[in-house]
Design a protein around this ligand. Structure first.
Ligand SMILES: [Zn+2]
Length: 403
């Protein structure tokens, strides 16, 4: 498959989306419920001027009537392994871009590409490829999930490739990512775990606790060392116990920690989600997809790294052993479920999908809210919370067709 730069343009042209950028007149999206950090403005408006959101519009601005709709910030996915049939761990550049485009059509305008466990040579090589996509602005960086995780909680990672978190090796991954490593998930209780957390924190890379068999006390130690994220809280870690509370209690209690949740109705019971929100508050939860190739694509056989996965009814499981192997979620579905099934306030769901992950990534001045000056990244939803339009940096990825 071609991986020449020209492939990018072709992949995008085939989406057939009309681009308002050809006309540089500012655009007013008018009449929607606009979800801002300060609350929801009914019959509000958002002004798009070029690639940014503007405070005011000139008299000759075009107006698009979006009454009866919701306007929310573009979604930010911290943890995503692929979609549209493509894997971020093994796909060609062209395939990875197609996977990113699939998630964009579902509202994810900022995406961190996640890798699964591989050997160190493979991962450092992969980091080089993904860092080029980060430099071009296609992704917001790289998340390494594994290889420094616990064999007891390996989920869909190859056991023979797992290793203890050696700070020198963690450093190799950071270097290979050329400034674009954003997060490393590790089992901090393993030898070298605490030192690795310190190293990550010193380099401004998020140390995420996950695929872990840690005790409560070991988790507290990792948080003290600088870990700030729980990788898909509840999944791939010991359950909450009253005598051995384990990592979940420590991660819920400490306000320095943001917890990732996979809100697909498969990975979590709604009561677990409610427990997380009650403890963390709306500012310390980030909805993620943890998506694999089948997201936005369909059922069938896939590879997750070297492991074979069967997707049936939208649920991905390892062929061998039957472990849940990532999700087929897109963030629009996570949002719709949050407000319709979980009955979260729209503002809290928006925070978990946009502002909170943006803050963690240090991108709050650019994305995560619809305030003037930010990138014009937004999602237009109808009254049933289905996506009707997606704009990224002022360009429609999904152009709304309004009656
Ligand atoms: Zn993952």
């Amino acid at each position: 498959m071609a991986t020449a730069p020209g492939a990018r343009a072709t992949a995008r042209e085939t989406t057939g989306v009309p681009q308002p950028a050809a006309d540089s007149t500012p655009l007013i999206l008018s009449g929607a419920n606009v979800v801002l950090p300060s609350g929801t403005v009914t019959a509000g408006r958002v002004v798009v001027d070029g690639t940014r959101i503007a405070a005011t519009a000139p008299d000759d601005a075009r107006v698009l009537d979006v009454r009866g709709h919701w306007l929310v910030p573009g979604f930010v996915d911290l943890h995503n392994h692929g979609g549209g049939g493509a894997s971020f761990t093994s796909g060609t550049v062209e395939e990875v871009l197609a996977g990113i485009e699939t998630h964009r059509r579902h509202g994810t305008t900022t995406l961190v590409a996640s890798t699964v466990t591989g050997d160190m040579d493979f991962l450092t090589h992969r980091a080089g490829l993904l860092s080029e996509l980060a430099e071009q602005g296609d992704i917001a960086g790289i998340h390494f999930e594994g290889p420094f995780i616990s064999p007891c909680r390996k989920g869909a990672h190859s056991e023979e490739l797992l290793r203890d978190p050696d700070p020198a090796e963690v450093r190799k991954l950071i270097d290979a990512a050329r400034g674009h490593a954003r997060m490393v998930t590790l089992a901090t209780e393993l030898p070298g775990g605490t030192d690795s957390v310190r190293l990550l924190a010193e380099h401004g890379v998020i140390a995420a606790i996950g695929h872990t068999d840690a005790t409560y006390e070991q988790t507290v130690e990792a948080i003290e060392a600088g870990a700030t994220v729980a990788t898909h809280l509840f999944n791939a870690m010991p359950a909450l116990g009253h005598r051995a509370p384990g990592p979940i209690a420590a991660l819920l209690q400490d306000e320095r920690v943001t917890v990732e949740l996979i809100n697909d109705g498969v990975h979590l019971h709604p009561a677990a989600l409610e427990l997380a929100f009650r403890h963390k508050g709306a500012r310390r939860v980030a909805f993620i997809t943890d998506a694999m190739d089948a997201a936005g694509f369909g059922d069938g056989r896939y590879m997750l790294g070297p492991l074979e996965v069967e997707v049936a009814g939208g649920v991905a499981r390892l062929v061998e052993g039957g472990s849940i192997a990532g999700s087929t979620l897109t963030l629009d579905r996570a949002f719709k479920r949050a407000v319709t099934v979980d009955r979260l306030p729209v503002e809290d769901a928006v925070a978990a999908l946009s502002a909170n992950p943006a803050r963690l990534l240090g991108l709050s001045d650019r994305v995560g809210s619809l305030e003037p000056g930010r990138d014009a990244d937004l999602v237009l939803l109808d009254g049933a919370f289905d996506v009707r339009g997606v704009m990224r940096r002022g360009l429609w990825v999904v152009a709304p067709e309004l009656g």
